[in-house]
Design a protein around this ligand. Structure first.
Ligand code: FAD
Length: 325
């Protein structure tokens, strides 16, 4: 028996969530006295997984899987779990993995817990802590089925190199059976924002709202994001007004953000916005109104005019980088 993780990649390279999942799986495996196997799809070099404690990789290379198809990918993970006799199957919480997890659980007749934060509270009975109500509450969930599927909330555990990693991972080519029925729904086109840090991969997000007055004022937001190596985001009305692309809209009805640092500039902090960014670790708010609701959830707040504060921040960060590079 081993723990199986689905190590997600894009364009042949692992996403950061794959390393977080591997770190998490290693720790759980140590407490259960078992090993970690990863299944990968069309991924190039898989050796990096060993740093985080993965013992074995099942490499699936198949042109039919070059675009994401939930049913086909779920089939792959199911067959990998069966091959490894895995009783615990772990996925992350990317858009694709959220979609996949429940299909995998159904295919394996497994109990499933999504939004898991932290290591299992106990392994017998098997209990995990989960985010609930848009991260405003936790619940403790017990899974009683023989096979268990967990979806780990992004940025909830962290990435840790394993002390006893052997820095060598055994790899095995794996060719699961994929039928034509697996492709009833498939991605037919992808439009990508190029040359920018994406919200999903970003450690830092610089986000701005209606307080910026108009799209012509986003140059300073882009510049701040550029200096910090951050992704840019915005509130819903900003994308509704066409000031910024819809892909930048974050919040309850937009993209969820779970970064290490979220900088909110000229955003009031409506409940629907907060719901989507709540699990970010450090929140910095810049707003002219000291009563803006966002300050209630901020770790650091600046009461002031964005047009005054942001250029000063850019200069400070540039100086800091120049002195520390
Ligand atoms: P405003 O509320 O207009 O706030 C602008 C802020 O900028 C104010 O706090 C103001 O003090 C400040 N400001 C003004 N000038 C400056 C300056 N010069 N410098 C610094 N600060 C300044 N919203 C989302 O963001 N994401 C969602 O997913 C989302 N989903 C929704 C779903 C539903 C069903 C509904 C009803 C609403 C949803 N909303 C969502 C909208 C949400 O309720 C708010 O209306 C929205 O978040 C407000 O956007 P804002 O903060 O940019 O604008």
């Amino acid at each position: 028996m081993s723990i199986l993780i689905y190590a997600e990649s894009t364009e042949g390279k692992f996403k950061k969530v794959a390393f977080e999942l591997a770190s998490y799986a290693k720790k759980v495996a140590q407490s259960l006295g078992t090993t970690v196997t990863a299944v990968t799809v069309n991924t190039g070099d898989v050796s990096e997984l060993s740093k985080y404690g993965v013992d074995k990789v099942l490499k699936v290379n198949n042109d039919k899987l070059s675009s994401f198809s939930a049913k086909a990918y779920a089939d792959v993970i199911k067959q990998a779990a069966q091959k490894e006799n895995a009783k615990l199957v772990l996925l992350s919480s990317t858009t694709d993995s959220i979609y996949l997890s429940s299909l995998v659980a159904v295919a394996l007749e497994a109990g499933f817990a999504s939004n898991v934060v932290g290591l299992p509270i106990s392994t017998s009975p098997f209990q995990v802590k989960r985010n609930a109500f848009s991260n405003k509450a936790f619940n403790i969930t017990e899974i009683t089925t023989n096979i268990k599927v967990l979806g780990l909330a992004k940025n909830s555990y962290g990435i840790f190199e394993s002390k006893d990693a052997i820095n060598h991972v055994s790899t095995e080519d794996f060719s699961p059976t994929i039928g034509e029925n697996d492709f009833g729904v498939k991605v037919v086109a992808v439009e990508k924002v190029t040359g920018k840090v994406t919200i999903a991969d970003a450690d830092i997000v610089v986000s701005a709202g209606r307080g910026l007055k108009g799209p012509e004022n986003w140059a300073m937001i882009e510049e701040l994001a550029g200096v910090l190596g951050a992704a840019t985001a915005c509130s819903k009305p900003v994308s509704d007004l066409g000031w910024r692309p819809h892909g930048e809209h974050v919040g309850q009805t937009g993209k969820p953000v779970a970064t290490n640092l979220y900088i909110a500039i000229g955003i009031s902090g409506a409940i629907q916005h907060i719901a989507g960014i709540n699990s970010s670790k450090v929140k910095v708010v810049i707003n002219t109104d000291p009563e803006a609701p966002f300050f209630k959830v901020a770790d650091y707040g600046v009461v002031g005019d964005a047009f005054d504060i942001v250029p000063k921040l850019i200069e400070k960060f540039k100086t800091f980088k120049a002195q520390n590079s």
